[in-house]
Write a protein that binds this ligand. Structure first.
Ligand SMILES: Cc1cc2nc3c(=O)[nH]c(=O)nc-3n(C[C@H](O)[C@H](O)[C@H](O)COP(=O)(O)OP(=O)(O)OC[C@H]3O[C@@H](n4cnc5c(N)ncnc54)[C@H](O)[C@@H]3O)c2cc1C
Length: 383
C-alpha cells in the first residue's frame, strides 16, 4: 500500500468537522505511530481558523480531559514555542546554543537527492514524497527527516527548517524552527537521532530501512552524529540524478489580488493568514478585510498547497482580500495579534488596535528556556 496523507480541506467548516470527529482517548497510546490517532488540527491552529484555547475548551469539556492528558501536553508544546519566540524574537532563527559539531562541518544547502526524494532510504523518500503531495508530515516522521538531514547528512538545521516551513500547510515559524533546533541539539544539551529499529516499530511497512546504513545501534549512530562523518547515498551519485521539479515555492499568491493602496478602507477588521477564523463581539458587524503581506513572503515563500489552503480559507471568512506591498499603508483598524506579524517590515502596530488571543493558562512573564520549566509554571494556572 502506498503511504500518503490527504491535503487538509480549507475553511472553518472543515476545521470544526475535524475537531468534532477527533477522539483523544487513544492519543497517548498511538500518537507515535505513523498511522496512529492524531488530530491533524495543526493547519487550522497555525492559521487561526481554530484557536488553541478553542481546541482545548472543546476537547476538555467533551472528554473531561485533565491538564496532564498527553494531548493537552502537546498543545502546550505549541504554546511554549510561541512563548520562546515572543521572548527571543529573531534569535530563534539562529542556534540558541552551540551546535553538536563545529558549524563549518555542516552544508549550507540541501543535497539534490534529498529534494528529489531519492536518498535510497524508504523512510526518508516516502516522507518527502508525502510532504510534496499533501503538505503534511506526521510528527515522528518530521523528527526522522530532520535528524537525517542534520545529523546523518550534516546539513545546517536552519536550511532544513526553511525548506520544511515553506512546504508544510501547518508551517509555523516558532513550532517549525524551534522543533528543528530541538532535533539538532541547538536549544538543549542533547540531540535527537533514530535508527532502523525505531522506524520498524512506529512506521508503516513501506518505510522499512532494515539492512541499510540506518540499521545500526544508537551508540554507533550517535558517534556518527557527533563526528564530521555523513551517511552517503549508496544508490545514486549526485551527477546521476534525473532532473526533477520539486513543488513550486512562491513568494507571491498564485492568484491576482487587488492592491490595498487603491481600496477605500476605514475602520475594518484585519484578517491576516494567522487569524483567519477569529470572531468575537468586537469584530462582529465590521467589514472583514483579508490582507496578504507581500514582504513577508519575499522572506518566507509558500508552496502552492499552502497558498491554496490559506487563500480558500480567507475567501470563506473575508468580505474582500487584498495584497499589500507596503504595510505602512494600512490605516486604522482592528485585528488580533500574532507573532508572525513581527516579520512584516513596517507593520503599523501603532494604528492597529490589537485583540490578544486567549491562552491556555496564564503565560509566565519570565522567560522559560525549557518546556519542563514552562509547564511547571503554567500547569497550576490551567483550570
Ligand atoms: C522538525 C519538526 C517540524 C515541525 N514543524 C511544525 C510546524 O511548522 N507547525 C506545527 O504546527 N507543528 C510543527 N511541528 C510539531 C508537530 O509535528 C505538529 O504540530 C504535528 O505533527 C501536527 O499534527 P497534528 O495536528 O495531527 O498533531 P497532534 O499530535 O494531534 O497534536 C495536536 C496539536 O498540538 C500541537 N502540537 C503537537 N505536537 C507538537 C509539537 N511537537 N510541537 C508543537 N506543537 C505540537 C499542534 O498544534 C497540533 O495540531 C514540527 C515538529 C518537528 C519535529
Amino acid at each position: 500500500m502506498k503511504y500518503f496523507n490527504k491535503t487538509p480541506l480549507p475553511g472553518r467548516v472543515s476545521a470544526e468537522q475535524r475537531l468534532n470527529s477527533f477522539n483523544p482517548s487513544e492519543y497517548k497510546r498511538t500518537r507515535n505511530f505513523i498511522k496512529g490517532n492524531v488530530s491533524k488540527l495543526s493547519p487550522y491552529v497555525t492559521h487561526g481558523i481554530l484557536s488553541l484555547a478553542e481546541v482545548y475548551d472543546s476537547l476538555t469539556t467533551k472528554y473531561n480531559l485533565r491538564s496532564d492528558h498527553k494531548f493537552i501536553n502537546e498543545l502546550m508544546w505549541r504554546q511554549f514555542f510561541h512563548h520562546v519566540w515572543t521572548k527571543k524574537g529573531e534569535n530563534i532563527f539562529s542556534s540558541l546554543a552551540e551546535e553538536p559539531v563545529p558549524k563549518s562541518f555542516y552544508r549550507s544547502e540541501l543535497p539534490g537527492d534529498i529534494t528529489r526524494a531519492k536518498t535510497g532510504l524508504a523512510v526518508i523518500d516516502q516522507t518527502i514524497k508525502g510532504l510534496y503531495e499533501s503538505g503534511y508530515i506526521h510528527n515522528h516522521a518530521r523528527m526522522w527527516l530532520a535528524a537525517y538531514i542534520v545529523h546523518f547528512r550534516k546539513v545546517y538545521w536552519k536550511v532544513g527548517a526553511d525548506w520544511m516551513y515553506s512546504l508544510l500547510v501547518d508551517g509555523d515559524l516558532a513550532s517549525n524552527h524551534l522543533s528543528w533546533q530541538w532535533v539538532a541539539g541547538t536549544s538543549r544539551s542533547s540531540i535527537y537521532i533514530f535508527n532502523a529499529e525505531n522506524v520498524n516499530k512506529y512506521g508503516p511497512e513501506e518505510f522499512c530501512v532494515r539492512g541499510t546504513s540506518l540499521d545500526k545501534s544508537y551508540s554507533e549512530l550517535s558517534d556518527l552524529a557527533y563526528s564530521q562523518k555523513i551517511i552517503r547515498n549508496e544508490l545514486i551519485k549526485e551527477e546521476e540524478l534525473i532532473p526533477f521539479e520539486p513543488p513550486q515555492i512562491e513568494s507571491y499568491p498564485p492568484i491576482d489580488l487587488p492592491d490595498i493602496r487603491n481600496a477605500n478602507l476605514d475602520n475594518f477588521f484585519l484578517i491576516h493568514p494567522w487569524n483567519i477564523g477569529f470572531s468575537d463581539e468586537t469584530s462582529s458587524g465590521m467589514r472583514k478585510v483579508g490582507i496578504i503581506f507581500e514582504e513577508f513572503h519575499k522572506k518566507w515563500p509558500w508552496s502552492t498547497i499552502k497558498w491554496d489552503f490559506v487563500l480558500k480559507s480567507m475567501e470563506e471568512a473575508c468580505d474582500d482580500i487584498f495584497i499589500c506591498r507596503d504595510a505602512s499603508q494600512i490605516g486604522k483598524c482592528l485585528s488580533t495579534y500574532n507573532q508572525h506579524l513581527e516579520e512584516i517590515p513596517r507593520f503599523p502596530f501603532d494604528r492597529v488596535n490589537m485583540v490578544f488571543e486567549k491562552k491556555i493558562g496564564v503565560e509566565p512573564q519570565q522567560y522559560c528556556h525549557s518546556f519542563s520549566k514552562y509547564w511547571r509554571k503554567i500547569e497550576k494556572t490551567i483550570t
